[in-house]
Design a binder for this molecule. Sequence first.
Ligand code: COA
Length: 263
Amino acid sequence: MSYQTLLTDLSEGIFTITINRPDKLNALNKVVMDELNDVIDVIYKNDKIKSAIITGTGNKAFVAGADISEFQDLNKEQGMDMAKKGQDIFFKIENSPKPIIAAVNGFALGGGCELAMSCHFRIASENAKFGQPEVNLGLIPGYGGTQRLTQLIGKGRAIELLITANMIDTNTALQYGLVNYVVAQEELLNKAKSILKVINSKAPLAVASCIKCANVVGQEINNGGYGGYATELSEFGKCFNSNDVKEGISAFLEKRKADFKGN
Ligand code: COA
């Protein structure tokens, strides 16, 4: 198994996937997303893998979001296609019969927070920061973030984070129930592995069933998709019809403050 943007390691049944684009704070570009899609299939298929960890290279970022440079010039349909692909990959993580946990080693922003939330639970290092800053770009989360954040921390807190773009530290993330544990950076992977060793000693089919049952809470079918996620898809796509998204993305890439006009 060799990837351009991922490092992988399998030991004692625990498969560690490290997103490895440190110069771009591990941002999720097309290559990372394609490789994540492939590597999640490996988790499903490889009998030697009992459970998995997703983390990021370095001690600054888990994942600082989807790669903003790939958002330039997208139209509504392309925006929806991109979000659909991301939603599908993150569904595959969420619905994996083998536990996948996020070891959040730094910034988990935008798509990074969404990736962490698609995992079965989260452990963070003390320097981690969580947020959904998409409104700064004239966008909304498109990889399930509006739905999973609301499920995980409740509607009031989720809406506040979504519409302020505020980042939260690990004290708040712990208080909100977004993470299960906060540990020192150097202890992060050890902590994740020690929990997975316990889980790996349990009955795999029962473990898979627990995950499946927890995942169907609150889901409703709507227009052939899951209600909230279908809404998120079309709203994400619509953002690309706005001038604000062009302004927000250009401003980020040009390292200046955005001047939104609301159109
Ligand atoms: N997409 C593309 N590139 C990104 C990125 C993203 N989501 N996040 C960071 N990068 C790049 C930066 O452009 C920079 O690249 P450069 O060195 O070629 O200019 C590099 O990663 C380092 O980031 P930088 O912004 O210089 O680090 P910082 O310590 O000053 O700030 C953050 C860190 C996380 C606060 C800042 O990078 C940020 O706000 N990133 C975007 C977060 C976001 O909006 N995510 C949601 C996207 S939908």
